[in-house]
Write a new protein. Structure first.
Lengths: 78, 403
């Protein structure tokens, strides 16, 4: 899977696309392309917002003073 | 032989008692001392001795008072309130206690006020120090006990509101002597993680409700300084609504509870869904308008050109408009259906066109992996993955070879 873009970026891009679309100085060709892009961005935003499974990791202290993180799932069983 | 009146023991005892009960201080007095010889009789009344290095005072707590009281144990340092009077049958004066609290608590509050004043004077609570919390965080740190209800409350709230946020937990005890250094270490570990591995937008420092002693780690000067030193903004959620700790004053943002901290750290996902839908509604209005304008423009130029232009030219022109219109309708089709599904439950209705029948007739929308609609062979090369949308869903496909 490709590196996932953060919601913030996708949402900002969507806002930009809609603003450009509304600026009104585009050819129909360009409008269609921009609309398709906005649609794809909106779908990605929605997919992220629909996510309810929280990703939780726990820091573990290492002997060398650094940290490692491992999945932390026990909270859902309680 | 006595020359004046002779009193009975009862008479003189009654007189002594009258002196006690008319005394302003003895009838309303606060005392500190150590409890010893504490016993509770089967009647429910409690008897003990309050003492310090130089004196002892017999003390009583009547059953009715004892009921609502956290009773002391031998050796406890306490602060008590009550009246001192005479127990005539016992030939003794004693304290009748109506209020008792551990002296430690009084001492703790004194320390709290002193530390608060000191840190305030240092400017640690200044508003200018408070950093804003990013509205839509990518990753949050959480410092709390891994086994407590507070953590579950936080994680449940986060997953309901904004399940796409990434959480890094730095587990730590949150009460007892080992808690302050452990909290300091947890904050430091998260700051190191943020600097070296993955950035953090904020750290939630939390603990569920408890007694003042149980919350005391959050009034520790070391914890206060660690919060002030944190490069990542800190949100506190300690105890209940009414509990204020030093940590709360130093934090960039204070929430009344752990759940409250999770709420302040994240946006409401449902509001964002509505905002995304609103943006797409704007895009659809815009594109719909553009299509209508274009159609009207070409219709009018067709009328003007009818006499002059060659038929072929007109046909080409018309075909181009038809083509663009169809693509516009197609682009909107999938989006509209998705939109409708999303908003159906919320009772929102879109007033846009309904071109879904176009797909139902067997047309499809082909898009590249990054979502761009394919309208030219120039956009694809053999091996590309495509996404094909038809009336009742979508499927993947690959480009096999050039035509």
């Amino acid at each position: 899977m490709l590196d996932e873009k953060p919601f913030e970026t996708l949402y900002g891009d969507l806002e930009d696309a809609v603003r450009q679309l509304e600026a009104g100085d585009l050819s129909l060709e360009e409008s269609l392309a921009l609309f398709a892009r906005a649609t794809a961005l909106a779908e990605q935003c929605s997919a992220l917002l629909d996510r309810t499974e929280l990703r939780v990791r726990q820091l573990l202290a290492q002997p060398n003073g650094n940290s490692a993180a491992e999945p932390f799932e026990s909270w859902q069983n309680g | 032989m006595p020359t004046s009146s002779v009193y009975t023991v009862s008479q003189i005892s009654a007189y002594i008692k009258s002196l006690f009960v008319s005394d302003m201080l003895l009838t309303d007095v606060w005392l500190s001392g150590e409890v010893s010889g504490f016993t509770q009789a089967s009647s429910g009344h409690c008897y003990f001795t309050l003492k310090d290095a130089g004196a002892i005072l017999k003390s009583v707590i009547w059953r009715t008072q004892a009921k609502g009281m956290a009773l002391p144990r031998n050796g406890d340092a306490v602060i008590v309130h009550g009246a001192i009077s005479v127990y005539e049958q016992g030939g003794a004066y004693q304290l009748y206690v109506d209020h008792l609290e551990p002296a430690g608590v009084g001492q703790l509050w004194l320390e709290f006020e002193r530390l608060k004043a000191r840190l305030e004077a240092e400017g640690l609570f200044d508003d200018e120090r408070k950093r804003p919390i990013p509205a839509r965080p990518v990753r949050l740190g959480v410092v709390t006990s891994p086994t407590a209800a507070a953590l579950r409350d936080i994680l449940r709230t986060l997953s309901h509101r904004y399940g796409l946020v990434d959480v890094i937990l730095a587990p730590t005890p949150v009460q007892g002597d080992q808690a302050p250094p452990a909290i300091v270490a947890a904050l430091a570990a998260l700051n190191r993680w943020a600097a070296e591995r993955e950035p953090l937008d904020a750290i939630i420092l939390a603990r569920g409700g408890g007694s003042i002693e149980e919350l005391w780690a959050f009034n520790d000067v070391r914890v206060a300084r660690a919060i002030a030193a944190s490069a990542v903004p800190v949100i506190t959620g300690v105890g209940h609504e009414t509990d204020f700790t030093i940590a709360d004053f130093v934090a960039d943002l204070r929430a009344p509870t752990p759940t409250g901290a999770a709420t302040l750290a994240t946006p409401d996902g449902r509001e964002l869904s509505a905002a995304v839908a609103a943006l797409m509604a704007r895009a659809e209005r815009q594109l719909g308008g553009h299509l209508a304008d274009e159609r009207a423009r070409v219709e009018s130029s067709t009328l003007r050109l009818r006499r002059a232009a060659p038929a072929a030219r007109l046909a080409t022109n018309r075909q181009r408009v038809d083509d663009l219109s169809r693509r516009g309708a197609l682009a909107m089709t999938g989006r509209l259906r998705q939109q409708r599904e999303r908003l159906r439950g919320e009772g929102l209705r879109l007033t846009a066109l309904d071109p879904s029948r176009v797909l139902a007739r067997g047309y499809a929308i082909v898009a590249t992996a990054d979502g761009a609609v394919v309208h030219s062979v120039a956009q694809v090369t053999p091996g590309d993955a495509l996404r094909v949308r038809v009336a009742d869903g979508a499927f993947g496909a690959n480009v096999t070879k050039d035509q």
